[in-house]
Design a protein around this ligand. Structure first.
Ligand SMILES: Nc1ncnc2c1ncn2[C@@H]1O[C@H](COP(=O)(O)OP(=O)(O)OP(=O)(O)O)[C@@H](O)[C@H]1O
Ligand SMILES: [Mg+2]
Ligand SMILES: [Zn+2]
Length: 283
């Protein structure tokens, strides 16, 4: 008998009195679904078009309520996740975070000008092919100006997005400005939401880290920028991140401070990308 029917029967029972409704207990057991002690009852319909027919229903079974509560919970969880994803996509769409010169960057239009850069390209192609959001290492692309560190990172991001991974490419100085913007009253996104996105994406590219030195406040107080970077690195522990910097590792360590540097180097493969500045190749 349908649940609706069974409810109706119970209501009828309540209205006309149990003694007048011909009911027979046919089974009593602990319901596997809800764990309640359930009585299965057979009743004969006392009036109406189905008068005389027998129907069975379960008294005290909470399966339906449990199922409904579960469905409501699942729907709201799903909506939450969908909304979060939508917010993420919109935010990074609106605030085009890849500058114009890099928009066209792909692996195929990257022409390495040296053996070192050829190796870097091949390594990043393999990185994409083997990408595992739980298992891939992080990568630090280190090298001089204009050798294509950002180019290869953008190419990586684009291909992984095509493979349905969530990726964000952002220059670290720009990110700091974005975070500062979230402190404005009418910011469309809060700092927590922004940090949440950075922590949750499958791959984050932090371009140009260490571009400016973190300066500590008085009394050796940790600077705001240092704190932000630390919280991103901390939040992404175990998740792959690509960093690029045109500093040598010693200067990078100086600029982002030792604590951040050692965190950054955990499970991180360094790929050297030194060479001529591609931007100045015509000169
Ligand atoms: N080998 C290359 N083949 C094709 N285009 C390249 C190559 N190297 C660099 N470029 C192009 O040159 C410009 C500079 O490269 P990119 O921004 O990736 O350098 P970078 O290593 O990130 O430099 P910086 O350290 O200054 O950030 C970009 O427009 C990029 O597309
Ligand atoms: Mg760059
Ligand atoms: Zn039940």
């Amino acid at each position: 008998m349908s649940d609706e029917r069974s409810n109706k029967m119970q209501t009828i029972g309540a209205i006309i009195g149990k003694d007048r409704l011909k009911e027979k207990v046919i089974a009593e057991y602990k319901c596997e679904g809800c764990g309640e002690n359930v009585t299965e009852i057979e009743a004969i319909i006392p009036f109406g078009p189905t008068k005389g027919q027998t129907h069975t229903y379960k008294r005290n079974c909470k399966c339906r309520e449990i199922q409904m509560a579960k469905e409501i919970l699942e729907t709201s969880e799903r909506l939450k996740i969908e909304n979060k994803r939508k917010r993420l996509v919109n935010f990074f769409k609106e605030h085009s975070l890849i500058n114009r010169t890099l928009k066209e960057a792909t692996f195929s239009n990257y022409e390495p000008t040296s053996k070192e850069l050829e190796v870097a390209k091949q390594k990043m192609i393999e990185y994409v092919a083997d990408f595992d959001k739980e298992d891939s290492p992080s990568v630090l692309l280190l090298g001089s100006y204009g050798t294509g560190k950002s180019h290869l990172s953008v190419a990586t991001t684009k291909l992984l997005i095509k493979k349905d991974f969530s990726c964000v490419f952002i220059s670290f100085p720009k990110l700091l400005r974005k975070i500062r913007d979230t402190y404005n009253k009418d910011s469309e996104i809060t700092e927590d939401q922004l940090m949440d996105i950075l922590e949750s994406v499958d791959l984050l590219v932090l371009d140009d880290i260490g571009a400016e030195k973190f300066v500590a406040g008085k009394d050796g107080e940790v600077s705001w920028k240092e704190e932000i970077l630390f919280s991103i690195l901390d939040g992404r522990a175990g998740k792959p991140t690509i960093y690029t910097s045109n500093l040598d590792s010693k200067s990078l360590m100086k600029n982002i401070n030792e604590r951040n540097f050692s965190r950054l180097m955990q499970d991180t493969e360094v790929i050297k990308m030194n060479g001529e500045d591609y931007r100045r190749r015509e000169f």
